[in-house]
Design a protein around this ligand. Structure first.
Ligand code: GRF
Length: 218
């Protein structure tokens, strides 16, 4: 049987630990996607170094060199297309995207957000989760739509909030889960097992649900 991997472009702005988790997962022979390009809008993003050392193609499209958002996005789009990218993964990419760019990649662009959406859209999610006193926090991988931090959800991971938590401690536990769910979500999407149906994502062969996570346990 022939097996063709989907070509993925990962967009980063910084350290790129989620990009790294995707690169590592894609090393497996049976992973349905390959990382074809790592693109950054920041020339000295830490993640670029890692990608180059892995022999992955990298590109920098610096938003500061463009007069407007559209010119920047057109340049990014051309770079993605030139590398034959089929799926885009936003991984700590810190630019807002216009509806035009989102439309180019509709149904083919994922984002990871460090909260259980639709709670805590935007920035500083761990500090806000502590302020609100939630007992369960987490991370979400979703398809990108024009509205910020919204769109059909592919995978979520839940993390208990502990009494002594600081934003940093909680954020570190959430990040560890991000590194599990982004490769899983990409696998489901690239293989075709996850499909958008209206506002939801249906996953083929979904296993039986485990018990609910109760926190704290009495
Ligand atoms: C992650 O917390 C991700 O959820 C958010 O930005 C952060 C990026 O971290 N969108 P990294 O660059 O992947 O390490």
């Amino acid at each position: 049987m022939t097996f063709s991997r989907k070509r993925v472009g990962v967009l980063i702005s910084g350290r790129g630990s989620n990009m790294r988790s995707l690169v590592e997962a894609a090393r497996a022979e049976n992973f349905p996607a390959e990382i074809a390009l790592v693109l950054s809008n920041v020339a000295d993003a830490g993640g670029l170094d890692f990608a180059q050392k892995q022999g992955i193609a990298t590109a920098v499209v610096d938003h500061k060199l463009f007069g407007d958002r559209e010119g920047f996005e057109r340049a990014m789009n051309e770079t993605l297309v030139a590398h034959g990218v089929e799926i885009v993964c936003l991984a700590g990419f810190m630019r807002l995207l216009t509806p035009w760019f989102v439309e180019q990649w509709r149904g083919r662009m994922l984002n990871i957000h460090p909260a259980l959406l639709p709670s805590f859209r935007g920035l500083h999610t761990h500090a806000r989760a502590l302020e609100e006193g939630v007992k369960i926090h987490g991370a979400t991988v979703h398809f990108v739509v024009p509205e910020l931090d919204a769109g059909p959800i592919v995978v979520q991971a839940a993390v208990p909030v502990l009494d002594g938590d600081t934003p940093e401690a909680l954020g570190a536990r959430v990040l560890a889960q991000e590194h599990r769910i982004y490769p899983l979500a990409l696998k489901l999407v690239a293989s075709g097992a996850a499909r958008i149906e209206g506002a939801r994502v249906r996953v083929e062969g979904e296993p039986e649900a485990p018990d609910a996570l109760l926190w704290p346990r009495a």
